[in-house]
Design a protein around this ligand. Sequence first.
Ligand code: CUA
Length: 189
Amino acid sequence: MDNPGSHHRAGEDIAARSERRWAIIASSLVALLIIVMIFIGLHWAGQPPSRVETVNPATLHLSGEFAENNLGSSVQPDGSVLVRVVAQVYSFTPQCILVPDRTPITFRATSADVIHGFLVYDTNINSMLEPGFISTFRFRFKEPGEHLMPCHEFCGPGHEGMWAHVKVVDRDEYRKLVALGRGNSCVQR
Ligand code: CUA
């Protein structure tokens, strides 16, 4: 016997099932989007803020731009100065960076082991040095002076004692030191 009430109930069941199915699909999509957002957020949090230039920290000292004799400051063909710095537990190389005033300076720095901080007092240079990545900053010192350069990321028990100096000299004096072969650092030799 055909019963209109059971037809009605079957129709309701189908509607309820289809509603549930679409609710599951819609909420899985929302959940998927949230997972993707969390993943992207964490992934970006693990990257340096602006640069994605990479370098192999294990072979840093052997060859390439961060080999020991390339560290410190050097005059570029356009007259600007390039400074390369390597951080390692618990020091910077070189320990004293010599640069001229009134000259565009590019710093390129990286870490040979763990995350260190790179901060030059009285400037806006403030970044992390991460193994595997090259941090780059540009700066122009207005006048001669000494700037402390402490590590400001906790890198281990020797962190407190990890710091270097940036020594800014008059650009003419700097040129003389370069001519004497003493332009790349102010470490006493
Ligand atoms: Cu290096 Cu703290």
